[in-house]
Design a protein around this ligand. Structure first.
Ligand SMILES: [Zn+2]
Length: 322
């Protein structure tokens, strides 16, 4: 397995967010990714590549120019160490109060896209598994707004990369983060070129609340190519594995050329943000089930907020997936 990683992700350090009117600590910290990297290296996964820089045209395959320019201008306008947080839902091009913007945010988001695209470009006949070990995450970012700690939708940009390069007619995205990937759903809702399948906490209870219901199945040519599998709080492997089997069946039927896994470890019982009850060993079962698809796979890191749980889950997952 090849891993793509950019040590400069540590410069992206959101410190706070607003939750119910109060400032709280922001959990999207560099340690989340550093713990995974260290644990993977200790377990022999040491084929680590640095990212190349890709043109902004790839970002524009997914995101509106108005949003990209707004984000860039916002970053430039801030002093070093200053953090801008949208204080009202829907007030500007950030849709929540948990996604701070600083001087460095635009560069961090673009570098995350570069890591993901480098990983996508490494996927070839001989290499059928590449891991973009990346942050900030991406699956909440919509075409026109940031939110949920996400600025550019890394997995969506990778899907467009595969489609635009002509090395795939169909791409499946399997979103295993605890939270529904409202951004990825939004971006591909009206196309049949990307199948989006997500297993996540019930949005009647959990973030992002606005989307992730079973009734959201796609629109126009995309009808039937968006599949949401919400699960109740505290879901354990017994419940989760049923949803996973269904997700894998849908992907098998779609017969994609490439699979992108949006991987979040916030499904772990010890995660401070998510609300499921998965244990370390369950991630081995998860990796094994996905490996049976035998489809070239790009894994893109999304959430997961307990560094120790991230590390042990990642080792189990990738040991079984390779
Ligand atoms: Zn999440």
């Amino acid at each position: 397995m090849k891993i793509v990683y950019d040590p400069k992700h540590v410069l992206h350090r959101p410190t706070k967010e607003i939750d119910r009117g109060k400032f709280i600590e922001n959990p999207e910290k560099p340690e989340r990714i550093e713990a995974i990297k260290d644990a993977l290296i200790m377990n022999g996964f040491d084929n680590i590549h640095s990212p190349n820089s890709f043109p902004m045209s790839y970002v524009y395959l997914v995101h509106d120019e108005r949003y990209v320019k707004w984000l860039k201008n916002k970053c430039v306008s801030l002093e070093p160490d200053e953090e801008y947080i949208t204080e009202l839902f829907g007030y500007d091009l950030c849709f929540d109060t948990g996604t701070p913007i600083s001087n460095w945010t635009f560069d961090a988001a673009k570098r995350a896209v570069d890591v993901t695209l480098t990983a996508a470009s490494l996927l070839s006949g001989r290499t059928n598994l590449v891991y973009a070990l990346v942050r900030p995450p991406g699956h909440h970012a919509t075409r026109g707004a940031c939110g949920g700690y996400c600025y550019f939708n890394n997995a969506a940009v990778a899907a467009m990369y595969f489609l635009s390069r002509g090395n795939a007619d169909g791409v499946a995205i399997l979103d295993l983060d605890f939270h529904h990937g409202n951004g990825t759903q939004d971006i591909f809702y009206e196309t049949d070129e990307v199948l989006y399948v997500s297993i996540h906490g019930d949005p009647d209870i959990f973030y992002p609340w606005v989307s992730g219901r079973e009734s959201e199945t796609g629109q126009g040519p995309g009808e039937g190519f968006n599949i949401n599998l919400p699960l109740p709080p505290k879901s354990d492997w017994r419940k989760y594995s049923e949803a996973l089997e269904q997700a894998l069946r849908e992907i098998r039927n779609y017969y994609p050329d490439v699979l992108i896994v949006s991987l979040g470890f916030d499904t772990h019982a010890d995660d401070p943000v998510g609300g499921f009850s998965l244990k370390d060993d369950d991630y081995g079962l998860m990796g094994k089930a996905i490996s049976k698809l035998k489809i070239p796979t790009l894994v893109v890191q999304e959430g997961g907020y307990n560094p120790r749980a991230n590390a042990s889950a990642a080792v189990k997952f990738f040991s079984a997936l390779v």
